[in-house]
Write a protein that binds this ligand. Sequence first.
Ligand SMILES: Cc1cc2nc3c(=O)[nH]c(=O)nc-3n(C[C@H](O)[C@H](O)[C@H](O)COP(=O)(O)OP(=O)(O)OC[C@H]3O[C@@H](n4cnc5c(N)ncnc54)[C@H](O)[C@@H]3O)c2cc1C
Length: 378
Amino acid sequence: MIPSEIDQQCRLLREEVRDFLRHEIRSGAITPQCDAWLTGFDPAFTRRLGTRGWLGMTWPKAYGGHERSQLERFVVIEELLAAGAPTAAHHTNDRQVGPMILRCGTEQQKKTVVAGIARGECIVAIGLSEPDVGSDLASVRTRATRTDTGWRITGSKIWTSFAHHAHYLIALCRTGDADAQRHGGLTQFIIKLPNPHVRVRPIRLLTGGHHFNQVFLDDVEVSDDDVLGEVGGAWAQISAELALERSGPERFLSTFPLLSHVTGAAGGSANDEMLCAIGDLTSQLWALRAMSMDVADMLEHGQSTNAEAAMVKDLGTRFEGDVPERLRAFIAAEPSLSSADSAQSLLAQAILQSPGYTLRGGANEILRGIVARDLGLR
Ligand SMILES: Cc1cc2nc3c(=O)[nH]c(=O)nc-3n(C[C@H](O)[C@H](O)[C@H](O)COP(=O)(O)OP(=O)(O)OC[C@H]3O[C@@H](n4cnc5c(N)ncnc54)[C@H](O)[C@@H]3O)c2cc1C
């Protein structure tokens, strides 16, 4: 049960965010898109959110945060996603990078990186996946070896979103013997970019879009001050980080701008078949939202949410893919990214982005394994 005082604060905040977004859309500053938390890269918009105090909302004021509740943060994120606002320049940093550095980073890392994210001025790329290593992160082969002055890192990361814009890369590296300690012996490093020993190669999507990269780390020298958390302790750090990645409203709202547009455009003219589709999708959305809010509430109270978060992501990302599949029957035109017609362009965005929904942040098959383990079934 949400106390009425917080409930009231959330209502006021929701209105404030809606007013702001209405103004941004009407003035042409932003255009609603599907999956805009990945495809809508707009650093100026991110800075405007930072100025309003809508980044790092729950973080300590000492590091640029605003010490507000998880539910208030949920409200802001939900409104940004529902409007299809371009949040890609900060979304993952606000969601998981900032909290991870606050949990295990040094004072210096908090004062620079975390405070920079809260201002909307610092972009951090996440270097977990490697060629042939995505789901099974304990098998990473990028290696950091001790030198007289710190560490030397060699290896390659792949699917690294926005590495070409990033000010830092957090790289998961093997520092110990993989045979002796599969989950031990892993360490994270914060690498400042650009760096002459870091090469970022774009991986373009079929649409021509570019957020993915392969990153080559070729004898990158870092100091002990660049270690994030414990040497050898990264497994626990990334497990906690990934739990934050899975339950937020971005796991069921990526295609909401399409659902909202089609519903609004139908007005009173929807036939029974269309009403059934919209009713079915909306009821699923409402259930997912309730589940996601429960997880936000659990996080607020410091509870473990591994299985619950995994369930939200599994159900929510399949729902995201269902939205264009169900609604395309009611759009009497071909999907087209370049069309000025919102239905056509939103449909094209929703379809073309859909292969990633169930993969990013941990493939759904892996998440079901987490749920099974939590239920004692494996
Ligand atoms: C849009 C997008 C953005 C991304 N951004 C980043 C980023 O910024 N940084 C980063 O590090 N990574 C990023 N990734 C990579 C993402 O984390 C990986 O794609 C994901 O973890 C899956 O790993 P993989 O691609 O190696 O697939 P694999 O692990 O090879 O899996 C392929 C298939 O096999 C299944 N599978 C694998 N192992 C098992 C098992 N044990 N049991 C059952 N089924 C299994 C999987 O479920 C999946 O369906 C991004 C991916 C996407 C799609």
